[in-house]
Design a protein around this ligand. Structure first.
Ligand SMILES: [Ca+2]
Length: 202
């Protein structure tokens, strides 16, 4: 004889399942799931992944040199450090940047690096030595600029040949600006990558 309580479980459980509301099944397999998986296998943590057709964007939570970051982005088919070509794309990338502010009036204390997130790599690189100037690593046209005021400044020693996206808060006004700054390519920073959506998930 089956105890009453066990019998109840058998009787009640199927009824419970049947009475559950119908829910929309989320996208189980798509470009972002491919990116999370592939980057995980390559040893990188990805946070934030989003689409702005026809591209997919993701942020790597690991501080690397510009070259190292580019190699990491290239783990994904068609992937490279992000290029930015219009205001919509700038907004998407800025929202993913996860910057802490550094204060222009306190730069000697906070700059150089003190371990906090100061920005993320983007795919802009200065080929001044070859006479080509600023170019996107992915080969797309350099047709949009979002430099912070006074940037690019090449640094005091003319060694700032890679670009980061940062947020700057001005102590005097409290105003926050997001934009690009040229900086030495060997700083360690997180990165935002970009790939054609169809290349990642045909
Ligand atoms: Ca600079």
């Amino acid at each position: 004889m089956i105890p009453v309580q066990v019998a109840m479980v058998f009787l009640v459980a199927p009824l419970t399942v049947l009475s559950m509301p119908i829910i929309n099944v989320p996208e189980i397999r798509g470009p972002c799931s491919v990116i999370f998986e592939e980057m995980h296998y390559a040893g990188y943590t990805v946070r934030d992944c989003t689409y702005l057709d026809p591209f997919v964007y993701w942020r790597i939570e690991y501080r690397m040199s510009w070259e190292g970051a580019r190699s990491a982005c290239q783990q994904i088919p068609g992937g490279d450090l992000v290029s930015i070509h219009n205001f919509d794309e700038k907004q998407v990338v800025s929202n993913m940047a996860e910057n802490n502010y550094y204060n222009l009036n306190q730069q000697p204390q906070l700059w150089p690096w003190d371990g906090v997130d100061q920005g993320v790599w983007i795919g802009l690189v200065d080929h001044e030595k070859t006479g080509k100037g600023w170019q996107w690593a992915d080969g797309s046209e350099f047709d949009y600029k979002d430099w912070l005021s006074t940037q690019p400044d090449q640094g005091a020693d003319n060694k700032e040949h890679c670009a980061q996206l940062i947020s700057v808060a001005r102590q005097a006004t409290g105003a926050v600006a997001k934009g690009w700054n040229d900086i030495g390519c060997r700083w360690g920073m997180k990165a935002i990558c970009k790939a054609p959506r169809v290349a990642v998930f045909p």
